[in-house]
Design a protein around this ligand. Structure first.
Ligand code: SAH
Length: 187
């Protein structure tokens, strides 16, 4: 995380807060997660150097950049439903040289089956329940973190071991809603 310049990912008017441990508004009603939250999610996922990672909810691309350093010999696919945010993140990640990040636009609540299976899936928006299609896209030994709930949310770790899916609660969190087929209605 020390290598990724968070100040370049946030809008100019909040740049002086970039290194505070707080979420910040990034426009379109969305936020960049607090750095500690990004750290906790990466830690729970136990991202390895060669992992193939899927992120649902690119936002400004900061979290994807951090994961791309952890999976430095792997690939990070990240999908964002708001085209303007996806385009902005894509341009910035390219400019800063995060070459192993692929940004796509669309509803990621069902994941990206074309590139599955994934070693890690990081969901950056809160779902009504663990999205089944996402769990199906986990590789054997794969891990997913996903906030579940509408207002009071729990961060859930989902693991696939011997073909079996298990879930473990990992603490209370607050995320914007996942909007889409496997998410909430809206947008
Ligand atoms: N990962 C970001 C945080 C993004 S906030 C970071 O670096 O801090 C969550 C993002 O999820 C928002 O930009 C929102 O537009 C997006 N989102 C919500 N529902 C989605 C869906 N179904 N598919 C893809 N992105 C979604």
């Amino acid at each position: 995380m020390g290598e990724v310049p968070r100040d370049l990912f946030v809008p100019e008017h909040v740049r002086d807060l970039a290194y505070e441990d707080t979420p910040l508004h990034i426009g379109y009603g969305q936020t960049i997660s607090a750095p500690s939250m990004v750290g906790v999610m990466c830690d729970i996922l136990d991202i390895r150097e060669t992992d193939k990672v899927l992120e649902v909810g690119t936002g400004c691309g900061y979290h994807a950049a951090v994961m791309s350093r952890l999976a430095s010999r792997g690939t990070v696919y990240t999908v964002e439903r708001i085209p303007e945010l996806a385009e902005r993140a894509k341009a910035l990640l390219r400019e800063l040289g995060y070459d192993n990040v692929i940004v796509l636009t669309g509803d990621g609540s069902e994941g990206l089956p074309d590139f599955a299976p994934y070693d890690c899936i990081s969901v950056a928006a809160a779902a009504p329940k663990v999205p089944d299609p996402l769990a199906q896209e986990l590789a054997e030994g794969g891990r997913m973190v996903v906030p579940v709930g509408r207002y009071l949310q729990e961060l859930i770790l989902v693991e696939k071991k011997n073909g079996k899916i298990s879930t473990y609660p990992r603490g209370g969190v607050a995320f914007v809603p996942l909007i889409g087929k496997e998410g909430f209605k809206g947008g």
